[in-house]
Each structure stands twice: as structure tokens, then as C-alpha cells.
Write a protein that binds this ligand. Sequence first.
Ligand code: HEC
Length: 405
Amino acid sequence: MPRFRDLHISTKFNIIMSLLLIVLFLAAAFMTYRRQQALILKVAVDNARSFARQIIETRDYMSSVVRGEPEKNYALVPQVVATRVAKRITSGSKYYVRQVSLRYRNPENRPDDYETAQLRIFASKDGGETYRVIKVRGQEAFRYMLPMVAEKSCLECHGDYDSAPPFVRALFPRGHFSFNYKLGEVIGAVSVTIPMADLYREIGTNLELELLYRAVIFFIIILIMGTLIRRTVINPVTLVSATITRVTRTGRFDERIPQKSNDELGQLVGTFNAMMEELEHKTLQQQESEERYRGMIEMAHSAIVTFLEDGKIVIANQEAERLFGLSRQDLLGEIIYGFLMDGSDVEKGIRKFLQEGHGGGVGETTFHHFQDRRGGTTSVEIALSASRAAQKTMFTAILREVSRS
Ligand code: HEC
């Protein structure tokens, strides 16, 4: 896998944008989830509280007005009325409302584990409603409980056995644990339950759908941003970089990039174009001066060769072709030292000049025996000069035949 810094700028950009998208989405998902949870809990508590209140009010009212009616009609027992009313109120919803007590009369009002624990807490200390989301058999459920305390009217049937109405005494024998409550004692609680899944459905929130909307919106934003950045930054940079690469390869300086903006990138393009202009100009000048130099040496009556430090001939004129007995093509690339009887001395002189910057026969005219490829030898007078260009020293030798033997 390539390292990040080796990737193309557009790939990097795509990676960064994707990461941004994911991070944004996760953050939004987290926040949406939290907000939904809070909202759902609030709705659940509000509903549960109002159900519980209605039940307690119903019971309190019934308890304060009944005067022996339950004796003939059990359906008028405050608890029974409250239970029926609760059933009617909650019908059609998934809320499940009961009234429970640790010392129950009706086995249907026996508390479950959670309710038992809460009732114990209510009994041990004063407190109001409690609510919590608990997990029962893998299912999350919202549980709400509101304690009920014994008032004076309640004690008529829940106080002393002896003062209780006959129907109560008939149903629940002396010593039954549902008697002997004291004023203010917790007698039971209203318990409201709703499975969380039903709660979500009831409130009509849908986390998945909401997240999908978010994802789509983020995606569109990032797409637009990405396109803008791509057009204003990445494409121009890529274009400049590709052009520079091409110019380096072809050596053609006539390339120009259209400048489309006036920002920093536009300026970069402008600078690039100016640089290309300059380079093109310089190259032309150089080509022209080279041309002129060639033309000039062609006119000379002596052989002229230009060679590098290692003696390799890079420029030669027509006279040189004749003197060396080689076509120009063959001559270029030959080592000049090989054509001189004292070639190794000349080479040493060149090296000395390179080291010390002077001497070694450079700038002087010296005599040598020249040996061409056909085996002929000639005495030549060599005028040697040096020139420096781009860290490289080049040498030009003008060879004038003194006599041919
Ligand atoms: C007229 C008699 C009477 C009065 C007054 C009365 N209750 Fe009851 N209560 C009963 C009877 C009977 C039951 C059993 C009902 C059943 O079979 O579901 C009961 C049941 C309950 C229960 C359910 C637990 C259980 O024992 O099954 C609670 C809680 C309760 N009463 C609290 C109260 C409170 C609080 C008051 C006062 C506001 C009150 N009651 C007033 C007769 C009465």
C-alpha cells in the first residue's frame, strides 16, 4: 500500500473528504440518538405521570365519597373503579397501568421484581415518582411508579379489621396483611410500563430515517464543497504539475496554461507562464548564439574542436573533419588525447588546470605531433582555451597545421 504522502492530491483530497463525511455523520448520529432518547423519555414520563395522577385522583375521589355502596356493588371499590378507569384511558395505547402493593388483596396486584424493589424503596423513605428504562428478557421497557400513601378515608377499609366494612371483613380474614395501615404509610403504587419499541412507534420517531436524511444532506454538502475545491484548487494545481512534468520531459518551453483566476493559484499560473516565456526566450537566445558560433568556426581556416574535461569532442568544424580524417558524426564523441602523440601530457595539463584554475597549457599556444586515423602525422600548433558553463568546464582547441609529413 502506498504511503499517504505519495498519493495523488486528488486521492488525498477524496480520503480526507470521506473521513470528514464519516466523522460528521457519526457525530450527527450520536447527537440525534441522544436527543431522541431524551425526547422519548420526556414523552414517556409525561404520559405515565398523567395516567398515574388520573388514577390516584379517581381513587381518592371514590374513597372520599363511597358510603357503603361497595357493600352491594364490588365494582365501586375505589381500587376497582380506578383500575377500570385506567384500563379505559390507556386502551388503544401500549401503556400498561396497574396498581400494586406489597400487601395485596387481589393477587392480580402482586408486584413484579422491579415493582417490589421500588415499593421497598418507597416504604423506607419518602419520595415521589421514579422512572427508568430496564431490560426484561432482552426487551427494553420504560417503567414509571408513583407511590400512594394511606389517607384517612383509606383506613376505613385498610386500617383496623374491626372497623372495616362487613364485605371487606368477609373477603379478607382477620390478620390479613392488607389491614393495619397507618396514616401516611405507603400503601402501594401506580405502576406504568411501556416497551421502548412501542414508545418509538407511538412517538413516530424513526432514527434510521432521520439518519438517512442527515447522511444525504452531508453527502450533498461534501459533494458541492468537493466540486468547488476541486475546481478552484486541485484542478489548477494538477494542471500546473502535469505541465511542468511534460515540459521537463519534452524540453519544449512553448507551453502556456490559461490563467482563469486572479487568486494565488491564478498568480502561480501567471508566474509559471512568465517563467516559460523567459525560458523560451533564453533557449532561443542560446540556440541562436550556438548557431552563430558554429557558423563562425565553420568559416575558420583552422580545425576547431570543443571537448569536455575527459577529452570527449562535442563540437567540431569542417576543417577538423579534414584534419582528423573522420566525418563529423564519427568525430563527435572521440577523445582528443588519442590523436596527439603526447596526449597523456595534454590530459595531465587539463587536470592540473581543473585543480588549480590556471596553467596546464590553457591560454597558451603549444606544439604537438598530431596523428590522424589514417596513420598520417602532422605537426600542429594548438591554441587552447577554457570556458565554464553550468559547473562544467569546456575546452576549445584551435589546431593549425605547421607541416605535414
Ligand atoms: C371501600 C373500601 C376501600 C377503601 C375506602 C379503599 N380501599 Fe383500597 N382496596 C379495597 C379492596 C376491596 C381492594 C381489593 C380490590 C381488588 O379486588 O382488586 C383494595 C385494593 C387496594 C390496592 C391494590 C392492592 C391490593 O390490595 O390488591 C391499593 C394500592 C389500595 N387499595 C389502596 C387504597 C388507597 C390508597 C385508598 C385511599 C385513597 C384505598 N385503597 C381506599 C378497599 C378499599
